[in-house]
Structures are given as structure tokens and as C-alpha cells.
Design a protein around this ligand. Structure first.
Ligand code: CP
Ligand code: NVA
Length: 308
């Protein structure tokens, strides 16, 4: 069976745990090395990853390329608009051709149905580099960041402030797989997908909703937010105005646990969902979180290619 990584559930809780352990060990083993040096065991030597971008990216693009270099392989980066897919070649035919040419495919796209179709026709692993539905690679980096700080454990209390978006969907999925709890605070009309919530609750996670940002933040060990208007979304002044009470600022962080960790997948819209004082302050782990995209994705790649 080809291992696709479209959502965290494709791997499951045990594999997520194995990937985090592998990522931590590899990160430690290469601490202070030049960033492009190949890991001692070069586990993906000779392997090539094709990346397709239908949306902008800084972190996902660079971290997957660096991940492949560090594993001894290489990457090809393509903008969808410059491919034949941009002028009508089908997703199925693209999947068939790339499967003959490369060892794995990462795609960032809009409609999640597109990545499902790509995976259906691909005979090599397909990895989700973000869709409108989910962003599992981001959450692998978030989990690694919390694990290395000693915060990630069953029963951990996380607060999410703002939009019920793709990043929150994958966090909710992680809560179900690993057994932590999330309190979501946001305005009416911007709740996350009910299916993700239902599955996480069925797995034993507490996913609670409130309109009150202080209630969500109260005593939380982890505080997370993301942009109020995601790529491809119709935003507008009404949404930004509705989100305004959910800004993560010093006053809100004062309600969290004293050593609380602040996470943001980035890019941040400083002054909107988060203030400079918080993102640049003592609680913030966002730069570790960004670096951890490389380390976490190396393990996702190894898992997808059957090495974990
Ligand atoms: N967090 C994240 O996915 O960043 P990019 O959009 O820069 O890839
Ligand atoms: N929710 C954001 C995440 C960006 C990495 C978006 O989809 O634009």
C-alpha cells in the first residue's frame, strides 16, 4: 500500500509518535552542523521529491527542499501555473506521469478533493503541504516544538484563538490522536469543520467552544492562533472586525499558564491576530516551530517511504 500523508489520521497516533521521536533524534544528531550537510546515514539517498505549489509558500517550500537535502535526496519545485496542469492536463494524468519520474509528491493546493484525486492515481506517496481543509505537516512541527519543550502530553490544555481554519483542523486531529484538549474561542460563523471535532471527541479529546477569549486562554499551557483570512478566502472588513476580540496580546497571555508556549504557523499578520509583544516575547516558540518544519517533515518523508 502506498503511504499517503493527506491528514494525520493517515498515519495514526503510533506513527505520529514514531515520527516525532525520529525527528527529535535527527535534530539532536545534527545540531550545529551546516544546514545543508547530509545526515550521516543519508536515508533518502537517490530519492527525489516533486513539489507542486498552487498557493504561495516560504516555509513549506524551503523546509521540504532542505529536508530532502539533509536526507541525502533532492527536490524539484514547480508552480502549478507553470505546469501543464495549469492549462488543463488532468490531475490523474499528472499523478501517473510524476509517479514514473519521482519517488514522492508534495502538493499545496486549495480544494482537498484535488489532493485526494492525486493520491488516488499516484503510485508514490503524496504529502499534503496545505489544502483549504488541513495542514498536517505544520502540526507535526508544532507537536515537535511542544515535545522538545516537555509540554506535549495527554491532557495538555491548548487554547486556539480566531478562525476555524485548516491549521485548527489538523490540530484537532492531533488532539484526538494524542489525547490532548483544545478550547476554541472565535466569533459565530467561523467554527471548524464538525467532522474533525466529532472524530477527535470520539477518540477522547475534549474540544470545547466559547465566544470568550479569556475563558479559552485561562490556565492554558499552549496558546495558538493563525491569520484571520487564509489564502484563497474571501476576507473583508467584516471578518477582521469579528476576529478583533480574539487577538493574542499580553493581556490575553496573562490569563494563560505562567510558562505557556505561544505558537503560530506563520506568516503572522502582526497587529492583527497577534501583537509584536507576544510573537517577539518570552512565551513565543514560533522560530523553533518554523525550523521544526524541516525536522518534522524529514520524518514524514521517511514514514511515507516506508522507513518508519
Ligand atoms: N506555515 C507555512 O506553511 O508557511 P508557508 O505558507 O510559508 O509555507
Ligand atoms: N491558514 C493559513 C495557513 C498558512 C500557512 C492559510 O491557509 O493561508
Amino acid at each position: 500500500m502506498t503511504r499517503h500523508f493527506l491528514n494525520l489520521a493517515d498515519a495514526g497516533g503510533a506513527a505520529v509518535g514514531a515520527m516525532l521521536a525520529d525527528a527529535q533524534a535527527r535534530k539532536t544528531a545534527r545540531a550545529s552542523w551546516p544546514k545543508g550537510r547530509v545526515d550521516a546515514d543519508a536515508p533518502l539517498a537517490g530519492h527525489v521529491l516533486a513539489m507542486i505549489f498552487e498557493k504561495n509558500s516560504t516555509r513549506t517550500r524551503v523546509s521540504f527542499d532542505m529536508a530532502m537535502r539533509q536526507l541525502g535526496g533532492s527536490a524539484i519545485v514547480m508552480e502549478a501555473g507553470g505546469m501543464q496542469i495549469g492549462r488543463g492536463e488532468t490531475i490523474a494524468d499528472t499523478a501517473r506521469v510524476l509517479s514514473r519520474m519521482v519517488d514522492a509528491i508534495m502538493i499545496r493546493t486549495d480544494d482537498h478533493a484535488k489532493i485526494e484525486e492525486l493520491a488516488h492515481y499516484a503510485t508514490v506517496p503524496v504529502i499534503n503541504g496545505l489544502t483549504d481543509q488541513s495542514h498536517p505537516c505544520q502540526i507535526m512541527a508544532d507537536l515537535l516544538t511542544l515535545a522538545e519543550r516537555g509540554v506535549l502530553r495527554p491532557g495538555m490544555e491548548m487554547a486556539w484563538l480566531g478562525d476555524g481554519n485548516n491549521v485548527l483542523h489538523s490540530l484537532i486531529e492531533a488532539a484526538g490522536l494524542l489525547g490532548f484538549n483544545i478550547r476554541v474561542a472565535g466569533p459565530d460563523g467561523y467554527a471548524p469543520d464538525a467532522g474533525f471535532v466529532k472524530r477527535a471527541r470520539a477518540a477522547g479529546a475534549q474540544i470545547r467552544f466559547t465566544a470568550d477569549p479569556v475563558e479559552a486562554a485561562n490556565g492554558a499551557q499552549v496558546v495558538v492562533t493563525d491569520c484571520w483570512v487564509s489564502m484563497g478566502q474571501a476576507g473583508g472588513e467584516a471578518k477582521v472586525a469579528a476576529m478583533a476580540p480574539y487577538q493574542v496580546n499580553d493581556a490575553l497571555m496573562a490569563h494563560a499558564a505562567p510558562q505557556a508556549t505561544f505558537l503560530h504557523c506563520l506568516p503572522a499578520h502582526r497587529g492583527e491576530e497577534v501583537t509584536d509583544a507576544v510573537i517577539d516575547g518570552a512565551h513565543s516558540a514560533v522560530w523553533d516551530e518554523a525550523e521544526n518544519r524541516i525536522h518534522a517533515q524529514k520524518s514524514v518523508l521517511r514514514w511515507a517511504l516506508g522507513q518508519l
